[in-house]
Design a binder for this molecule. Sequence first.
Ligand SMILES: Nc1nc2c(c(=O)[nH]1)N[C@H]1C(S)=C(S)[C@@H](COP(=O)(O)O)O[C@H]1N2
Ligand SMILES: [Mo]
Length: 202
Amino acid sequence: MAITRGFTGRGRATRDPRLPPGQYDAKDDWPVLNAEATPRIGTDRWTFTIEGLVDRPRSWTWDEIHALPGSRYSGDIHCVTTWSKLGMTFDGVSVDTLLDAVGVQPEAKFVMATAHTGYTTNLPLEDVTGGKAWVVWQADGRPLTVEHGGPARLLVPHLYFWKSAKWASGLRVMAEDEQGFWERNGYHDRGDPWLEQRYQGD
Ligand SMILES: Nc1nc2c(c(=O)[nH]1)N[C@H]1C(S)=C(S)[C@@H](COP(=O)(O)O)O[C@H]1N2
Ligand SMILES: [Mo]
């Protein structure tokens, strides 16, 4: 039986049950976190490429990815530095739609998400399939600003936000796990905020 979370007694302020352990609600603030300088990638130059263990590797241009059926995420995001934002809306395309187009091979178990800047982050294939990951270009109904990864970023909201590569350039589909930028620098390989998988060993 489920235990009711966050209710601490009559008349007391309750912790929002959408907040994972150790997180706070950033409310109207949306912090910007970058390891690299903010790049300016025009939509005329932006592409998203899926390669590796797929039957038909391919790239989508800005116009081509917009021609695919759209998909929306409405929900929360959680940064490992402890801020969360609740009830956001992102619009783009489901990663399922992109992977269906290329045909994932049976040995595939992981992906490396890449960015036009060289940033990388690794994910189990099952964390980017089944309606859990998107390539998005709108946040709360407006074009994604360049600080937040525009023209388009990856969105994997059920994991800590470092998995959501800004200025997304593609996915490399792999049989074995390989570490990305923050994972090599001590962050967890999976990063589930409900399990507080912040660092290697958590
Ligand atoms: N390309 C790139 N993507 C990135 C990062 C980065 O440094 N470079 N930082 C990650 C981290 S640690 C977080 S918390 C989020 C921050 O996204 P935001 O700046 O839109 O809040 O982007 C993630 N994606
Ligand atoms: Mo982060």
